[in-house]
Design a protein around this ligand. Structure first.
Ligand SMILES: Cc1cc2nc3c(=O)[nH]c(=O)nc-3n(C[C@H](O)[C@H](O)[C@H](O)COP(=O)(O)O)c2cc1C
Length: 198
């Protein structure tokens, strides 16, 4: 499958890291967009500098070298001429993880002022799955209204709120719960956590 993964400047970069690892392990193609503040949060929270390392190199360093069946294309957030700016390209869904309140606002209002917002706009107009993983707390009325607007336009809202019934031991376990939920909403199988058996 082919997914667009957008990383923006909200806390929780590890959610994106675990989603990228899962996509590549599962053999998906990822079209990656990282906003400027997304890059900063990757450095601050995960010690991953996109200027000096590729995603594959970072994953090998952090989790051990592995053959990964998936592939990745990195697009610049400022490149409105990237192939994924057009609905004529086919992709199976998009996830914004984590999604800042600023990018949420841009998506909810259809401003399409950078590649993240434009591709989310295209994903919605083409009636493809769009998963938004907002990260802010507490939320004001503007945030709540923007979430409602995005949901009404067709986005699935998946708050960065991991569950604890899986008995997570590590930050990776917590992040895998959200990454797995995102993959399920995008229609991809995964083995990131055991489904609740009752
Ligand atoms: C260390 C750091 C943490 C931040 N955490 C959040 C956050 O959790 N949620 C949020 O909405 N904005 C957060 N921000 C603010 C956004 O990064 C800022 O609004 C930025 O303009 C978002 O731009 P982007 O959506 O294009 O990445 C944070 C900023 C910094 C520097």
């Amino acid at each position: 499958m082919r997914f667009v993964v957008a990383i923006t400047g909200a806390s929780g970069a590890i959610y994106a890291v675990r989603l990228l690892k899962a996509c590549l392990d599962l053999g998906h193609h990822v079209d990656l967009i990282v906003s400027d503040y997304g890059k900063r949060l990757l450095i601050e929270e995960c010690e991953f500098n996109l200027k000096t390392e590729t995603v594959e190199q970072f994953l090998d360093r952090r989790y051990g070298a592995a053959e990964r069946a998936g592939t990745l294309t990195h697009h610049r957030d400022s490149d409105m001429g990237a192939c994924i700016a057009s609905g004529s390209q086919r992709w199976d869904g998009m996830v914004v993880i984590p999604c800042s309140m600023k990018t949420l606002s841009g998506i909810a209002h259809g401003t399409a002022s950078n590649l993240v917002e434009r591709t989310a706009d295209v994903t919605l107009k083409e009636r493809r799955p769009l998963v938004i993983v907002p990260r802010e707390t507490p939320m004001n009325m503007i945030h709540l209204e923007n979430l409602q607007k995005a949901a009404r336009a067709g986005a699935a809202i998946l708050p960065a709120m991991p569950a604890f019934y899986q008995k997570p031991r590590t930050f990776e376990d917590l992040a895998d719960f959200i990454a797995g939920r995102a993959l399920s909403l995008l229609g991809s199988e995964h083995g990131l956590f055991e489904p609740w058996k009752g």
